[in-house]
Write a protein that binds this ligand. Structure first.
Ligand code: T1G
Length: 712
């Protein structure tokens, strides 16, 4: 069945894109053939004066090229040919006899936006679901159907580069303001307005070519040279050269200005082909499939019971984490009973909730009314009034087992039957907390990351007693909060803190040996982490790191022994950023400065520092983390390698261009990895003993993921 249907409206052809059996519209070879057939038909039929392209699906216009198709490319030249074919199609759309109007409601992404850019007129529906983006760089690609040439000539060079280099979504109103859209209408009149505009274009009442946005800098070669130079410098600074598609996109855009637009299209096709074959694109496409597959995972193996609807929660503990949880819940329209033991603490917590919600108001992501509505959903209390109809309670009280037991018992006395008690603990095993419960099947971990409103990952931690409906409900609720949710089995450190432990310890051991702080941090920034491990220690708080490290060492013995340095620096009263004194200097506002060289005096190696190569630092820290991630698969902490990679990328910023720690195993190869770990273990006995699963994989020559076809 064709993806396109055509209906005539007094000389205007309405072409409805509705890919049969698919949740989204996407461009495959077959769909492109359908488009060519419709173009031929409409161009031949002189009774057709205009055409409208509209989606038959409620929430997506066109999701872009079919990503499944990328897996079929056999060479860069193959991908380049695909792009050149796309250019021909778009050229017919832009310059054919019949003028086209794109009627956009829902997601208009990648090739979907490029198709719209080739249309003579774009109308967007005023709906929160309407988003326009060129997200190709998030797949390690560049726009391949003319986006690098048409977007700058539609919205101006600077705005175009901002969209192309970030892949960010632009909403309907912003699209109208930037000139990306020509008109914005209520969804109910999108179709009729588009038909009218198509007719006006066809009869010449509406000019087909209209003046476009351009800034002073864009409009002349010197100005453009400044823009490109700044964009290139910013790109290299942020990506540290790890994402070649960013520079490729810049090169393609520039080619259309330095030469002719035809040169620009040819450069785009060539570079699209090259990028489609980079290891980075392979990893980013993997992460797309992995996150998409995870979105559908109920968290329960086999038939999952339907998740309970959660429209009201209780949050115990109005501190930093509790306030974050309350705020992100209110953002999604969930009512929150927000409890602590003292009025002053509740007041402080409510103020913190207000601050988080106010951030979005300041960024104009919500209206004042929406801000007020969200704030009104959070009500403070020092008793348990209002908890009797709460299906889910999340505790974020002091990290002490006795305190958690006490609030668990109090809560169970007031919650309705079957209610879920979720704990936000980051270090205490869930089964120990559940031991005080009347019904351990209702107890589950919900480990949020700080700050809650910014960190995308949520770990749902389950014990063998946790009931399936409890898992399904907390996973669904986490998704409702906009979180990427992985379900992990209960063990010290769960998953993310467990793989962080050997990584942080190895950084501390390097300090024990006399390495320099900035050398360690720079090495891991160059590896691709967003912050260095020593900076991370200061950010998390040396006391928190020390407590977590001790728990991991007690649980896993020698291989996870913390460094001497951390203990000594902590003993010297340094807490990191929160105490404005740690490994780095902080001014009175808490702004981070350079390394605080005085900290070396309290470390075992004192002020005499040694040189350690970045390669050695990267090898030790990355393989310590990778090896621990393999152990988490081996120990059944993770339900699938996919969750380990997503948890690392979304939980601690593991470099996305590497796919995740378990993707690194497949990239290096298990046998080679065992060799490299054994070499490290010879230097540092006990810390790098290859995981047993890794040895098995090396012996059998297996990988975590399939080497062909869809990775997940
Ligand atoms: N290709 C293939 N499959 C896609 C797809 C795509 N572009 N978009 C979505 N799907 C599948 C997805 O895998 C899932 O499949 C189902 O649709 C529902 O998706 C030429 C080269 C559109 C915002 O990067 O951002 O165009 O698991 O669960 O939450 O220059 O999907 O059901 O089998 O995510 O409502 C650029 C990627 C491509 C868009 C919908 N486009 N997709 O979100 O549903 S490159 C993208 C999304 C390109 C041009 C270049 C989201 C969505 P299954 P879902 P959703």
């Amino acid at each position: 069945m064709s993806a396109l249907s055509v209906s005539m409206h007094d000389g205007v052809a309405v072409v409805t894109f509705d890919l049969p059996g698919e949740p989204v519209n996407k461009f495959s070879k077959a769909v492109i053939a359908d488009f060519v057939a419709v173009f031929d038909q409409l161009e031949r039929d002189t009774s057709v004066v205009g055409a409208v392209l509209i989606s038959g699906k409620p929430d997506t216009f066109i999701a872009g090229a079919d990503i499944d198709g990328f897996l079929e490319f056999t060479s860069a030249a193959d991908a380049t040919r695909e792009s050149a074919e796309g250019h021909k199609l778009m050229d017919r759309l832009e310059h054919g006899r019949v003028p086209w109007v794109a009627a956009i409601n829902g997601a208009c992404l990648g090739g979907g936006l490029e198709t719209s850019l080739a249309c003579a007129y774009r109308i967007v529906a005023d709906s929160p679901r309407t988003v326009l983006a060129l997200p190709e760089v998030q797949l390690g690609l560049i726009p391949g159907a003319g986006g690098t040439q048409r977007l700058p000539r539609t919205v101006g060079l600077q705005a175009a580069l901002d969209m192309i280099l970030t892949g960010k979504n632009v909403r309907a109103k912003k699209a109208l303001q930037s000139g990306l859209a020509d008109e914005m209408v209520h969804p109910n009149i999108l179709r009729e307005t588009a038909i009218r505009r198509a007719r006006e274009l066809g009869t010449g009442k509406l000019p087909r070519v209209r003046p476009r946005k351009s800034s002073l800098l864009d409009g002349n070669p010197l100005g453009r040279a400044v823009v490109f130079r700044q964009a290139r410098a910013m790109t290299l600074k942020k990506s540290r050269g790890h994402y070649p598609a960013l520079l490729a996109a810049l090169e393609a855009v520039a080619a259309g200005y330095h030469g002719s637009v035809a040169d620009g299209f040819a450069t785009e096709a060539r570079l699209f082909g090259e990028m489609a074959f980079t290891p980075v694109s392979r990893q980013l496409v993997f992460l797309f499939y992995a996150t998409t597959s995870l979105k559908k995972d109920t968290g329960v193996s086999g038939d999952a019971p339907p998740p309970k609807k959660v429209e009201k929660i209780g949050v115990l503990g109005t501190g930093f984490m509790g306030a974050g949880i309350a705020a992100v819940s209110a953002m999604q329209g969930v009512a929150v009973r927000f409890k602590d033991t003292q009025h002053a603490a509740v007041a402080k917590g409510l103020a913190a909730v207000r601050d988080v919600l106010n951030e979005r108001l300041k960024k104009k992501q919500v209206t004042r009314q929406q801000f007020a509505d969200q704030l009104s959903l959070v009500s403070g209390t020092v008793d348990y009034t209002g908890f009797s109809n709460v299906p889910l309670l999340i505790e974020a009280v002091f990290e002490d087992l006795a305190v958690k037991h006490a609030v668990l018992k109090e809560a169970e006395a007031v919650l309705p039957p079957g209610a879920i008690f979720a704990t936000n603990t980051s270090t205490i095993p869930i089964h120990k907390i559940a031991a005080a419960s009347r019904d351990a099947s209702r107890v589950v971990g919900m480990h949020f990351f700080s700050p809650v409103h910014k960190m995308p990952l949520l770990e749902v931690i389950v014990t063998p007693q946790t009931a399936p409906d409890v898992v399904a409900t907390t996973v669904a609720f986490g998704r409702k909060l906009g979180k990427t949710v992985i379900v992990v089995n209960d063990a010290p450190g769960f998953y993310v803190n467990r793989i962080l432990a050997p990584y942080i310890n190895e950084a501390g051991k390097l300090l024990d040996e006399g390495a320099r702080i900035e050398v360690i941090d720079t090495a891991m920034l160059d590896y691709g982490f967003p912050v260095g491990p020593v900076t991370l220690l200061d950010e998390v708080g040396l006391d928190v790191a020390g407590k977590s490290g001790a728990i991991m060492a007690a649980a896993f013995g020698g291989r996870l022994q913390p460094s001497a340095t951390l203990g000594k620096v902590l003993a010297a009263g340094r807490l990191g950023r929160k105490g404005k004194k740690g490994f780095y200097l902080y001014d009175e506002t808490g702004k981070k400065g350079g390394v605080d060289a005085s900290v070396y005096d309290v470390t075992p190696a004192g002020s005499s520092r040694i040189d350690v190569s970045a390669a050695d630092i990267q090898e030790r820290l990355s393989l310590a983390m990778v090896n621990e991630a393999v152990r988490c698969v081996e120990d059944g902490i993770l339900r699938a390698p996919r969750d380990g990679d997503i948890g690392a990328v979304f939980g601690i910023g593991f470099p996305p261009f590497r796919g995740g720690p378990l993707r690194v195993v497949d990239t290096i190869g298990a046998a080679e990895l065992v060799k490299r770990l054994e070499a490290l273990n010879a230097r540092f006995p006990g810390r790098f003993e290859p995981a047993r699963l890794l040895r098995d994989m090396a012996a059998r020559g297996t990988t975590f993921y399939p080497t062909k076809g869809k990775p997940v």
